[in-house]
Design a protein around this ligand. Sequence first.
Ligand code: DHB
Length: 274
Amino acid sequence: MAHAYRAGAGGVVTKSIGPKPREGYPNPTVEQLGSWGMLNAMGLPNPGMEEYPKEIQEALGAGAVVVGSLFGGDTEEFASLARRMEATGVHALELNLSCPHAKGYGSEIGQDPVELAQVVRAVKSATHVPVWAKITPNTHDPALLAEAAEKAGADAITAINTVRAMAIDPVLRRPVLANELGGLSGPAIKPIGLAAVWKIFERVRIPIVGVGGISSGRDAFEYLLAGARALEVGTAVATRGIQVFREVHEELAGYLEKAHFRSVAEAVGAAHRR
Ligand code: DHB
């Protein structure tokens, strides 16, 4: 996290943290899909909320803006984790309501607007830092989930998480990932993320954090035009390297200048205006 921040990221989001240490699924957990991106089913591996503050301290010590990502199995677990995460000194919380395959977690909770709202409401009343609801694209109407999160008091929507997907090995005639199903990230999901951000921008007033297939200034610019006001980059760190943050910044600045936008804010949602 400190390394990403020093490399030019405006902030860092942690891997999602749960109540207890979790090994995750056995290998294979990741499959590279060439120019499409990456397929993964890690199984939410993490050192647990007791151990994790040490890592956050290192990131904060490096001066990073840190967003603590959480996953819980129910409302109470989310609220109690949120309290503990807030106490580490993170600047905001991101609720993982969208992991596409972990039994009892993520999108199993976050695909239902009623359950999603309960989690957001509980976390909001337990904490004081901004709360971002990370929603799933694996539903007929992601904007409905975003609306539910906004009504429940979320301060921002993060869209999107990975798209449920799989790979099959034709020689073994078996799924590639040990978990069978996984989440697709990278270039292939950019159009899906753009469509989600586009629809959410029409329906909610809180800021949207755009994520999904951003690996260049052009991708970043498109997400801003669709309605995002901050951006996250994940998979492109594996393909372009840690300098991706600085490169995306520089390339984006070029797009903003060419379009005569004087600030990022002026570009946000600009594709909606005729
Ligand atoms: C995992 C978690 C996610 O939120 C996601 O989108 C994909 C994978 C995981 O830990 O398996």
